[in-house]
Design a protein around this ligand. Structure first.
Ligand SMILES: Nc1ncnc2c1ncn2[C@@H]1O[C@H](COP(=O)(O)OP(=O)(O)OP(=O)(O)O)[C@@H](O)[C@H]1O
Ligand SMILES: [Mg+2]
Length: 199
């Protein structure tokens, strides 16, 4: 936890006290867009505190079968919002904890790390989490569902994909090490090989 999050279920609201004005401004920028896949912004203090709608949902890591095609459509929508020389708004903190499922919908939370990046960054980084969780069969299917659905409305650059993978794996592993997370999935290597094969 890099911020202080106070969940007030009975009031159906969440208070997020950010660590810095920069983090606050990043979150505010996204929540002010009133996107259909983020909690509603109820209030803020203009400095470091946001009040958000409470989403009574399940983190997608706890679902038996998340709908990756549906999640891909959210990425498409997010990525098509703005374009700065080939870069778009990327969520960046693609940990499945930041994705909730509630009432047949998926929600994205935690925009304190978003950045203008190549869209491939979000997809690869999101998939790296599942490569660490799923066996090779489930991973292949999730990968296919996500990519097929994403590419219905937005483009992926295969060369960019290939070039970004090594640095994203390195960043993923160094963050996992930092937080003391050990990789225990025997299929992780094969899953990462699958991930490289975008063609
Ligand atoms: N609007 C919301 N509705 C429901 N749950 C929420 C909401 N906002 C935050 N949470 C819960 O609180 C957790 C932490 O919130 P958030 O990710 O925004 O804070 P954080 O400090 O950046 O946390 P972390 O460093 O763990 O990512 C979320 O993973 C989610 O379980
Ligand atoms: Mg979070």
């Amino acid at each position: 936890m890099r911020s202080n999050v106070i969940i007030q279920k009975e009031k159906k609201q969440v208070i997020k006290i950010c660590n810095s004005p920069k983090m606050f401004n990043k979150e505010l920028y996204i929540y002010q867009k009133k996107l259909p896949f983020t909690p509603r912004l109820l209030d803020h203090d203009g400095k470091i505190t946001l009040m958000l709608e409470y989403i009574e949902g399940i983190a997608i890591g706890d679902l038996a079968q998340p709908d990756f095609a549906h999640i891909a459509q959210i990425y498409t929508e997010l990525h098509l919002l703005e374009n700065k020389q080939g870069k778009c708004i990327c969520h960046v903190d693609n940990n499945p904890k930041n994705y909730l499922y509630a009432n047949n919908k998926y929600y994205l939370l935690d925009f304190s790390d978003w950045e203008y990046k190549q869209p491939e960054t979000d997809l690869i980084h999101f998939l790296l989490f599942w490569a660490s969780i799923y066996n090779k069969v489930k991973f292949k299917l999730a990968f296919k569902q996500l990519m097929n659905s994403y590419m219905k409305k937005a483009a992926i650059n295969p060369l960019e994909w290939e070039l970004l993978i090594p640095e994203l794996i390195e960043r993923f592993d160094s963050r996992r090490n930092k937080f003391g997370k050990r990789e225990t999935n025997p299929d992780i290597i094969i899953n990462r090989e699958t991930l490289k094969n975008i063609y």
